[in-house]
Design a protein around this ligand. Structure first.
Ligand SMILES: Cc1cc2nc3c(=O)[nH]c(=O)nc-3n(C[C@H](O)[C@H](O)[C@H](O)COP(=O)(O)OP(=O)(O)OC[C@H]3O[C@@H](n4cnc5c(N)ncnc54)[C@H](O)[C@@H]3O)c2cc1C
Ligand SMILES: *[C@@H]1O[C@H](CO)[C@@H](O)[C@H](O)[C@H]1NC(C)=O
Ligand SMILES: *[C@@H]1O[C@H](CO)[C@@H](O)[C@H](O)[C@H]1NC(C)=O
Ligand SMILES: *[C@@H]1O[C@H](CO)[C@@H](O)[C@H](O)[C@H]1NC(C)=O
Ligand SMILES: *[C@@H]1O[C@H](CO)[C@@H](O)[C@H](O)[C@H]1NC(C)=O
Ligand SMILES: *[C@@H]1O[C@H](CO)[C@@H](O)[C@H](O)[C@H]1NC(C)=O
Length: 696
């Protein structure tokens, strides 16, 4: 609802822009411009300081020449357009017609006048040769109609995403509102289409996992459907910048063809890039209404953000090159380069290029916070540079619209943080690699299963950072996150906690959320969750939520792969909770040799009878068996989980539509995707895949 205001504000701004700036040019106005340019070049018909110019009834030769010229050109609506431009002088149609009649009998061919001087005021109406004025109109017209193409094409490029968002949104809505209908869509053709187009990764496998090319260059690979969407859009953008150019020669505006084409290409790319700036900013925001309409994940919008931004940058560069040709052609290159608006244009373009490079994943991976800081600084330069570059032409409304989208996202983020407040959180280190964060939540703060929230730890070293973590919603008014220790903030916390007594501390946190897309798997009769490591958090919360409401006929299955038994430590309470609901759980333990530490067992054995008080005497395998005994509702399998096998088994046994939801190590998630693609046509039932993992 709040994000709706974002869109409304942007639309208002764009509308304002459309009114203030001449975005679409009309032939009737171009005819007037052609006549005034021709007449001004041919003779001086009104005083230089005369503000009324051709509209001045007292300068009959000027008004008469204009009236004659417009009649020669015979462009529908051009006389009205001229009268419109004369509003400030109260010129009437009758005066205009009278001037035309008067002039038509007295027209003079200036070349035939002896001692004629273009710069001296001339008191007679002048003739307009038809061929000449048509050439003027074509030369000027093709220049301005080119802006129209840029605008229409720009609008189509934005509309492309809006259309896809609406269509996807509709289907996403159906997944929740009419699940039986969607799940019945499993004819051979639909399945083939999904098997080869919508479900697979672009290549054979990589999607969640970052793919590295040439050892250094790595990227997040989209799914095949995403690649097709992006490919279609990029091709469209390229075509739109290459077609419908009309060169006019001889040309009354440009002497050299390269100056003409340089300018036309520059105008096209420059104006079209303006249309792409608001969507670029919108797609990158956390509060983006389109996310909510389409049901697309933030990850997908970030992929789109990058591609739209890349194309925009390319257009900037082509614009600059085109203007260089044009500037050289008309001898204004040096002079233009000295002007502040051109220099700001350079600033914007360079910032855009740097961002394209600086945003690449291998730099994001290395130091996310530096990437973010750099991206914001460069983003500001990009916006300010662009704004100042186009302000004199009135095009800055595009930047204002983009800036408003950015600001509104920030405001909504602040509002989300402020309404949650800063609350003390219990942070506890579990084992060597996991932290459990528990914080009271306001009653109105509703987490939905699988959502995530951004957590900021209010410590001097990291209070400005906000990191996304999946919410493991607890029932009793508390919010729980499970955080794996990595290299940045989490490592700082780890060091801090490991020095605390009991390895726990109370730290103030601020929380921004909830974010994320709703998972439709609860609408399926057969739902399978395939998780690994701490990917279980989101899956568990979805499965648990489902199980609490589920009909008896609904089957919920969890496959969870962990490295060793020790890893169960931080999820032990949740695993025990599973005994209260109808969820079938299998845990795969890849490394069974890893010793299970005694502290874990002691911690968790307090409820058991505990006949031998000192755990140290137990051997590792005793611990394992008592662990298993304490989780009788869970099946343990030793060895790595095999995605292909799990998926194949599930699919071959299913008697109803089946949904797989994954969140695990990226390579494993990709294995599951591949397995689903391989096996989806081996059953008559519809097979759906949902990924909870996001990489950005
Ligand atoms: C939707 C979502 C849900 C997540 N849920 C969980 C969870 O429940 N438990 C969990 O342990 N981890 C989760 N993560 C991962 C978690 O966000 C990162 O591990 C954490 O931000 C790393 O912080 P760091 O400073 O300790 O790590 P670093 O060592 O600085 O970075 C480790 C990795 O995390 C990435 N990263 C760092 N900061 C961010 C950020 N602000 N946004 C996105 N990526 C970042 C880096 O690119 C790098 O690849 C989730 C990530 C996403 C996108
Ligand atoms: C007709 O035009 C001439 C010159 O263009 C001008 O001097 C004269 O005043 C005009 N006549 C009327 C009635 O406006
Ligand atoms: C002016 O154009 C109209 C059509 O737009 C045409 O019918 C008319 O004959 C033209 N007049 C002259 C003088 O060419
Ligand atoms: C135009 O007409 C309005 C009202 O009729 C008058 O106030 C104004 O001064 C006129 N402008 C000129 C330039 O004559
Ligand atoms: C035209 O007139 C201007 C002064 O108005 C004069 O400087 C110029 O030399 C004249 N040009 C010719 C070709 O007579
Ligand atoms: C104007 O006069 C010149 C020279 O006398 C002539 O070449 C030209 O054709 C005339 N233009 C028109 C439209 O009659």
């Amino acid at each position: 609802m709040v994000s709706l205001s974002v869109i409304i504000a942007a639309t208002l701004l764009l509308t304002a822009a459309a009114h203030k700036v001449n975005i679409i040019y009309h032939n009737r106005d171009i005819a007037v411009k052609a006549c005034s340019t021709y007449l001004t070049r041919t003779a001086t018909l009104h005083g230089k300081k005369d503000k009324k110019g051709f509209c001045n009834v007292k300068a009959q030769q000027a008004l008469g020449s204009m009236a004659n010229c417009l009649h020669v050109l015979n462009q529908t609506g051009s006389i009205d357009s001229f009268l419109d431009s004369c509003k400030h002088t109260n010129l009437t149609r009758a005066q205009f017609d009278a001037a035309y009649l008067n002039a038509s009998t007295q027209l003079v061919n200036t070349t035939a006048v002896k001692g004629f001087n273009t710069t001296k005021l001339f008191y007679q109406p002048i003739i307009t040769p038809k061929k000449k004025i048509r050439n003027y109109k074509d030369s000027i017209g093709t220049r301005f109609i080119n802006f129209n193409y840029a605008s229409w094409y720009g609008i189509v490029l934005i509309g492309y995403w809006f259309a896809l968002v609406l269509v996807s949104g509709f289907f996403n809505f159906l997944k929740f509102a009419a699940p039986n209908f969607v799940q019945s869509l499993n004819s051979r053709i639909v399945t083939k289409y999904r098997k080869y187009v919508t479900v697979p990764a672009t290549g054979s496998k990589h999607h969640a996992e970052i793919k590295t090319y040439f050892k250094v260059f790595s990227m997040v690979v989209p799914t095949r459907a995403e690649s097709l969407m992006i490919f279609g859009w990029v091709v469209l953008a390229i075509i739109f910048n290459c077609v419908s150019y009309h060169s006019v020669s001889p040309n009354t505006v440009w002497k050299y063809k390269y100056a003409e084409m340089g300018r036309k290409i520059a105008d096209r790319t420059g104006v079209m890039s303006l249309y792409l700036i608001p969507p670029t900013v919108l797609f990158a925001g956390r509060n983006n209404l389109l996310q909510w309409i389409s049901g697309w994940k933030y990850q997908r919008f970030l992929i789109l953000h990058r591609w739209v931004a890349r194309v925009t940058t390319l257009l900037f560069i082509v614009h600059a090159v085109g203007m260089t040709f044009n500037g050289r052609g008309i001898g204004k290159y040096q002079q233009r380069n000295g002007r502040p608006y051109v220099r700001w244009g350079y600033v914007g373009t360079i910032a855009a290029c740097l961002m394209c490079f600086q945003g690449l994943i291998f730099l994001r991976r290395k130091a996310y916070e530096y990437f973010l800081l750099g991206h914001i600084v460069l983003g500001v330069l990009y916006m300010v540079g662009g704004y100042l570059h186009v302000e004199k032409d009135g095009y800055h409304y595009f930047y204002m619209s983009a800036f408003c989208l950015w600001a509104l996202d920030r405001v909504l983020r602040l509002v989300r943080c402020a309404t949650f407040g800063v609350k003390p959180a219990e942070v506890e280190l579990i084992g060597e690699e996991m932290m459990r964060v528990t914080v009271d939540k306001p009653t109105w703060w509703k987490a939905f299963p699988g959502c995530h929230a951004f957590v900021s730890f209010m410590r001097p070293s990291c209070f400005w950072q906000s990191h996304p973590f999946t919410v493991l919603d607890s029932v009793d008014g508390k919010l729980v996150f499970l955080i794996r220790v990595k290299g940045g903030v989490s490592h700082g916390l780890y060091k801090f906690l490991s020095k605390q007594p009991n390895q726990r501390a109370t730290i103030k946190v601020s929380i921004e959320g909830p974010y994320g897309a709703h998972n439709p798997s609860s609408r399926y009769n057969n739902t399978v969750f395939v998780g690994g490591g701490n990917g279980i958090v989101g899956l568990y919360s979805i499965a648990m939520n489902m199980a609490k409401k589920s009909k008896a006929s609904q089957r919920i299955k969890i496959h969870w792969g962990v490295r060793n038994y020790l890893n169960l430590q931080w999820f032990y309470n949740e695993l025990q909770q599973l005994s209260t609901v109808n969820v079938d759980t299998t845990i795969y333990v890849s490394d069974c040799q890893c010793p299970i530490n005694t502290r874990f067992m002691e911690k968790n054995s307090d409820s058991e009878e505990d006949e031998k008080s000192s755990g140290d005497e137990k051997s590792g395998s005793d611990h394992v068996s008592s662990l298993k005994a304490s989780l009788p509702h869970i099946e343990f399998v030793e060895g790595r989980p095999n995605a292909e096998q799990i998926v194949q088994n599930e699919i071959s046994q299913t008697i109803s539509p089946i949904a797989f939801t994954t969140c695990a190590h990226p390579a494993f998630v990709d294995d599951v995707r591949k397995a689903v693609v391989n096996n989806m046509d081996k059953t008559k039932q519809r097979v759906d895949l949902f990924e909870e993992i996001q990489v950005w």
